[in-house]
Write a protein that binds this ligand. Structure first.
Ligand SMILES: Cc1cc2nc3c(=O)[nH]c(=O)nc-3n(C[C@H](O)[C@H](O)[C@H](O)COP(=O)(O)OP(=O)(O)OC[C@H]3O[C@@H](n4cnc5c(N)ncnc54)[C@H](O)[C@@H]3O)c2cc1C
Length: 545
């Protein structure tokens, strides 16, 4: 495949899709290349917090100001991906008492809206919190579902005429002399090579930005800062809860959908593709959770996962203290290589602002003046509700998702009056129906079972795919006509991915649930004996914590 475009954006995370949407709205012919699925990188593995700015007011006022402004902007443009939980900064007996005054003064300096409330008010809203609270401040934190946000951006991009190519890995930067003129790579779904020529290449590949820059002969030192998070099985709080102290490990609890997520740790890893969840990280997070909610570790931990921060702070030493700020790199000025700009660092919360700066710089390079309109452009959600369970339940109960195939699955008979049949629910925990899966498979260019997890939240709920993975694999097999071996391989990969996250928190309820899953898949369905396209490890063999 050989194509050409005006702006070619590398990376389908928040930064890349944000920049692509912005550029397409300014009238540029825009293409995004992503080696995985949407939200395949750090954007799909973050803590879920739309920062109010409070976390950064004392140490990083610039980031605090940007977060406060972007918090307001994202609420305007992608409201359907945001749950307005509000946030608390509160001091537990383990936190320094003198930080509160410093925090309050810094919030005022950085224009981060803040109100002090009484501990009684906080405990009334959040009864599980530590009753020995000191001072409590209310801020405008919120929860943001990054899968929904990125789908909205891709939707907005396509509506503005742009394109996203998934599973397209860039392996080469094409140059003419010292000018970048395009990229080459491989379509991972088909194995075919591709070439894209472009007026300008924008490197938005997050923690991989150094690898992409190196392909163009430029040195960009991005540090991969790993952070581990644990999802607890229920919403222990309905408000984002931050400890009132300088940023540290395990000091934030975020309610995300049906779960609450404690995080994070922060350690440098040699590569964004190679990292493990260590036992000490799990112990630390569970221990810090006790400070916020006494008895925290007796609640069920559902799974653990990690992401890598793209940190750009050439002078920085340890990752916890490295700046979270973003940097726009003009490779012509910096390295004598024209035709390419890189945007590195930053936060999910500030992606829109980073995208604006990057596309402003692209306009300057291409000698055109086109104003940014993203701060006030609402992206209307597509027809189906996104991930929020109440919206899904509403759609299900109102019969909006009834389709002929849903009815067929429920009754085993062809539909006579399909509009009267309930929709077939394939994943009960996250309310994913057969028709949603079929629509997703039809719309996706190169669908695989693992995409249904990111796209629809299939298998993300309390049973961790115990009952839905084999059903969905069957639907993929029927719908797409993949070979049995291919379908089996996809099922095994999907389960492997689920078990990888369960393994670090395998005790109590989680262990019992995993045992049940193993019995379903190994004893009943004979997972160990399925013929596959290649050898895949089918159940955990590593040491568990
Ligand atoms: C543990 C943790 C918790 C966090 N919590 C928060 C939070 O609560 N709030 C917040 O605002 N921020 C948070 N962040 C920061 C935030 O998640 C990141 O700053 C942001 O998601 C980075 O987005 P990105 O688009 O730059 O990178 P990514 O999302 O990683 O996107 C880069 C993309 O480039 C693709 N790519 C790489 N190489 C190639 C190639 N050769 N060819 C094609 N594609 C390629 C990757 O597959 C990837 O999808 C957190 C980060 C971590 C690690």
């Amino acid at each position: 495949m050989k194509l050409s475009t005006e702006l070619l954006i590398l990376g389908g995370g928040a930064t890349g899709l944000g920049a692509a949407w912005d550029a397409a709205l300014r009238g540029f012919k825009t293409v995004v290349l992503e080696k995985g699925d949407l939200a395949h990188g750090t954007s799909g593995r973050y803590h879920g917090l739309l920062h109010s700015g409070g976390r950064y007011v004392v140490r990083d006022p610039q980031s605090a100001r940007e977060c406060a402004a972007e918090n307001a902007a994202l609420r305007r443009i992608i409201p359907s991906a945001i749950e307005d939980t509000g946030g608390y900064f509160l001091s537990t007996p383990a936190d320094p008492a003198d930080y509160a005054d410093q925090f309050l003064a810094a919030c005022h300096t950085c224009a981060v809206p803040v109100t002090e409330i009484t501990t009684a008010q906080a405990l009334q809203r959040e009864p599980l919190l530590n009753p020995r609270l000191g001072r409590v401040f209310q801020v405008r934190d919120a929860a943001c579902d990054s899968f929904d946000a990125l789908h909205l951006l891709a939707h907005g991009l396509r509506a503005a005429g742009g394109e996203v190519f998934l599973r397209h890995r860039v392996t080469e930067i094409l140059k003419s002399g010292d000018r970048v003129v395009g990229v080459a790579g491989e379509n991972l779904a088909t194995g075919e090579p591709f070439t894209f020529h472009a007026d300008l290449v924008l490197n938005c590949s997050g923690a991989w930005a150094g690898h992409i820059a190196a392909l163009a002969g430029c040195e960009v030192k991005v540090t991969a800062g790993k952070g581990v998070m644990i999802a607890m099985n229920s919403r222990l709080v309905n408000t984002v809860v931050n400890r009132l102290k300088p940023p540290a490990d395990g000091d934030i609890l975020v309610p995300v959908g049906t779960v609450s997520v404690i995080g994070t740790t922060d350690t440098a890893v040699p590569s964004p593709d190679q990292y493990a969840i260590e036992d000490w990280e799990v112990d630390l997070l569970m221990g810090e959770g006790e400070q916020l909610i006494p008895g925290f570790s007796r609640h069920r931990a559902l799974r653990a996962w990690a992401g890598v921060r793209p940190l750009y702070d050439p002078g920085g030493k340890d990752t916890r203290h490295m700046s979270r700020a973003h940097a726009l790199l003009d490779h012509e000025e910096r390295d004598g290589v024209s035709g390419m700009l890189s945007m590195v660092g930053g936060k999910f919360t500030t992606f829109r602002h980073m995208a604006q700066l990057l596309v402003d710089a692209a306009c300057a390079k291409l000698k055109t003046d086109r104003p940014c309109v993203t701060a006030r452009t609402l992206i209307e959600p597509p027809g189906t509700p996104l991930h929020a369970l109440p919206k899904r339940l509403e759609a299900l109960e109102s019969g909006k998702w009834q389709t002929a195939s849903d009815a067929t699955t429920d009754t085993g008979q062809p539909p006579t009056a399909s509009h009267q049949q309930p929709a077939a629910t394939i994943c009960e925990c996250e309310l994913v129906t057969r028709s949603q899966i079929e629509t997703n498979l039809r719309q996706s260019g190169s669908p695989i079972l693992n995409d249904l997890r990111r796209d629809l939240r299939l298998g993300m709920g309390p049973c961790q795919a115990g009952f839905c993975a084999y059903r969905a694999a069957g639907i993929i097999h029927e719908t797409l006509g993949h070979s049995h071996r291919n379908s089996n391989s996809q099922l095994l990969q999907f389960l492997q991915e689920r078990w990888k996250g369960e393994r670090p928190v395998m005790w109590g309820h989680s262990l019992r649930s995993l045992e049940l899953d193993l019995h379903i898949y190994r004893s009943i369905l004979g997972l160990d004996t399925l013929p596959t396209e290649r050898e895949i490890e089918v159940y955990p063999t590593e040491r568990t914590s």
